[in-house]
Design a protein around this ligand. Sequence first.
Ligand code: HEM
Length: 152
Amino acid sequence: MPYMDTVIHEIQRYIDLIPNTLSLSVTQNIQFRGYHIPKGTEILPSLTSVLYDEKEFPNPEKFDPGHFLDASGNFKKSDYFMPFSTGKRACVGEGLALMELVLILTTILQHFTLKPLVDPKAIDPTPVDNGFISVPPSYEISCALFPFKENN
Ligand code: HEM
C-alpha cells in the first residue's frame, strides 16, 4: 500500500490535471520575490510550476514514483504535491477524490493484469487538450483476470 500511495501521487503530479487554478484576487498589498502585487490584482496561480519544479522533482518530465520515495524506499511527503491547489480555495473534494483513486485503482490491480496492446514506448502521453483541464490521450489496454496466463 505505501508504494501504491507513491504511484498515485506520481500519477497526479505527472498528469497535472488542472494546470492553473481559477483566477483569484489578492486581498492586500503583497511583496513576493521582489514583485509588488497591489491589493485587488487578479492572479492565476500555476500548479504546473510547482508539480514540475525540477529541484523538488528531478527530471520532472519523467514519470517516476521515486519522486515520492526517500533513500530507504519509504513514501516521502512533499509540500510541492498540490494537484488539489492550496490555501483557502483548495479542492474541498480532496479527501473523497484520494479515497476513490486508492480504492478503485487498487481493486483493479488486485483483480486484473493490464497490458498495453502496443509497446509502451510507442504510447505518447502528451495531453490532447490543455485548457482548464489537461486531458490525457486515450489508448487501449487488454485486461485479464489475475493471474494473467499467456496463450502460447
Ligand atoms: C482528482 C480529482 C480532483 C482534482 C485534481 C481536483 C482539483 C481541484 C483544484 C485544483 C481546485 C482549485 C481550483 C481553484 O483554485 O480555482 C478544486 C476546487 C474544487 N473542487 Fe476539486 N478536484 C478533484 C476532485 C473533486 C471532487 C471529487 C469534488 C467533490 C466531490 C471536488 C470539488 C471541488 C470544489 C467544490 C472546489 C471549489 C472549492 C472552492 O473554490 O472553494 N473536487 N479542485
